[in-house]
Design a protein around this ligand. Structure first.
Ligand SMILES: Cc1cc2nc3c(=O)[nH]c(=O)nc-3n(C[C@H](O)[C@H](O)[C@H](O)COP(=O)(O)O)c2cc1C
Length: 218
């Protein structure tokens, strides 16, 4: 059984996929792993659209600057957030659940409503809020990425695309914001580890002697 450490160390971004489809039960298990991700005040704003249809992946490709594997991967997961997950009512409900679960002792004031910001055209407020939503979405998406390895699957995050166009293509409602795309399928390549900064570049305090140096890139 693959450990989490193995998954982290063996993961690569995969850009060549076999034609074999990903079974639905495997996709569901991956989305279950996303569901269990942590989020700010347990807001769980992530939503996913699973695209397996070849015609729609072909259309999607044109909104991802022609990226070939958007079309050739047997599955693309469109990772979104639901602004409604942060409405005052829903936030109060989530906080109450945490109170009942014994996580919180007290539920503070909740008065920010992102949907009201959209309605009022308060873009600065909305952008700050969306940043927090994107954090949460990214954590859930990385759960999928790592869990995929347990099924012999490969993934590649995609941020080079036009979220507004994808939103329109998929006819998503206004409360849904598209955050990223994730290609998913059985790898048809086995890339070596990509370069990374050494630990000494990323730890801002003196490095403990026992630390491995990581893969040096220079
Ligand atoms: C948030 C994010 C966005 C990315 N966007 C793209 C992308 O648009 N196109 C692409 O080919 N790779 C994309 N990647 C993959 C990165 O290029 C890759 O993670 C990096 O080069 C390191 O390689 P590795 O993932 O194989 O270790 C993205 C990765 C992340 C985490």
């Amino acid at each position: 059984m693959l450990t989490v450490i193995d998954a982290i160390k063996n993961r690569r971004s995969i850009r060549k996929y076999k034609l074999a489809p990903v079974p639905d039960e495997v996709i569901l298990e991956l989305l279950e792993c996303a569901r269990l991700a942590p989020s700010a005040h347990n807001s769980q704003p992530w939503r996913f659209v699973v695209l397996k249809d070849e015609t729609i992946r072909k259309e999607l490709r044109q909104y991802a600057y022609g990226l070939q594997f958007v079309e050739s991967a047997p599955c693309v997961i469109v990772c979104c957030v639901d602004l409604g997950a942060h409405s005052v009512r829903t936030t109060r409900r989530r906080l109450k659940e945490l109170l009942v679960a014994g996580v919180l002792d007290d539920v503070g004031e909740v008065n920010y409503d992102p949907l009201a910001s959209v309605a009022e055209g308060d873009d600065a407020h909305l952008q700050r809020f969306l940043e927090s939503c994107r954090f949460n979405s990214a954590i859930a998406t990385e759960h999928i990425v790592l869990a995929a390895l347990a099924f012999g699957l490969g993934t590649c995050w995609i941020h080079m695309f036009q979220p507004g166009k994808v939103h329109k293509l998929l006819k998503l409602p206004d409360n849904i914001v598209v955050v990223s795309l994730l290609a998913l399928g059985y790898p048809d390549q086995s890339p070596p580890p990509r370069p990374r900064l050494p630990l000494s570049d990323i730890i801002l305090t003196p490095i403990p002697q026992a630390c491995s140096p990581g893969i040096e890139t220079r």
